[in-house]
Design a protein around this ligand. Sequence first.
Ligand SMILES: NC(=O)CC[C@H](N)C(=O)O
Length: 431
Amino acid sequence: MDSPIPDYLHEVLSACGADTSGAVADYIPELAQVDPDRLGVALTTVDGAVYEAGDCESRFTIQSISKPFVYALALQQRGLEAVLDQVDVEPSGEAFNELSLEKGSGRPLNPMINAGAIVVHTMLGDPGDPQGRCDQVLAGLSAFAGRPLDVDEAAYGSETATAFRNYAIANMLRSRDSITEDPEDVVAAYTRQCSVRVSTRDLALMAATLANGGVHPVSEEQVVEEWVARQVMSVMATCGMYDSAGDWISTVGFPAKSGVSGGIIGALPGQLGIAAFSPRLDPHGSSVRGVEVCRHLSADMGLHMMDAPQPVRATIRRMHTVQQVDGSAAKVFSLHGSLQFAGTERLVRDLAEADAAGQLSDAVVLDLTRVHSINAVARRMLLETVRRLSVEGCSVTVVDPESTLPDPDCGDGLRPTVVGTVAEAAALGGG
Ligand SMILES: NC(=O)CC[C@H](N)C(=O)O
């Protein structure tokens, strides 16, 4: 059987392909030369499956899509505090190339607009070493892509010759000591960052690395730590689409970043990296058809982050009573799915209510056979509940054949009995 997913992606491209509105960026002369009809989409799961349709192999310059990744590298190298000290994380509601700084602090508003990205760029490597910085940027972006990338020298030359706006921004930053090097050198190095060549497929893998907590889905390299990926995706969600960020997050609903060469990425934490490419841009500087492709994917595939997940009561699959060897009854709570705060709260509440109503027998069995993961807060809540029940004289047995709750230490020297099946729990009970 062939997977239906590539066929679906082809359908999305046909649905979006007819729209020829917008215009290629021409403030960078080299970008005005590209074939405006190119269109591609790629989707990568966090375990490394890549699906693509259309033009996914041809290369284009990464432009502003470099910003979240270089922000990630700076966070990893300098730490959150040091980076926040220089660049805030507030949506600007302005165009990407606005000459603006935050009132009061004088910092650029966020790292997704040029002012912020230029400062973040200078935070990598050793001060006064633009060459070393460019090497680090290229190595870092390559690690995110999982293959060695290169720089499009023609695009680089073309942009540095016409980067008047960025020179103005860099001079503004220099006048406030937000950057300390020569503004022209800084713009040149930042422009090299924007001129790194990628394919749509590369971008999908880079986005998937963020979605996968900083680990590349194929090379399995931990490119940045999990907290870094979280910080970057948060800022992409609020600032990645510049002055259309609010519309984007309410309609499409996943963290994203666009660039003036026509690329756009989306990262859905724990699930997917998405990339689309089509050079004609809307007035915000984002790909017209790339945005449309993302809208389709989000609507068809249910990718909006704010879509309510399954009702939490689903955590308790079944509640029943079993007879133990000594003839007494034990209450069995069979749980399933992935335990987080809300689902575990429901279990704790049911236990507390049953206890208060005198309906809880002296033996309780927590059956985790069908639970596939327990996060940190759910673990703490479960162990504390076991501890409290034990202190009240209730014997708690945990059925955990796959060790989903390893080392169940409740504190105070208390540990529940752990067995592999409910039958084993009943065979132990009361005896
Ligand atoms: N939005 C973008 O992609 C802008 C990147 C471009 N290199 C610039 O700085 O102007």
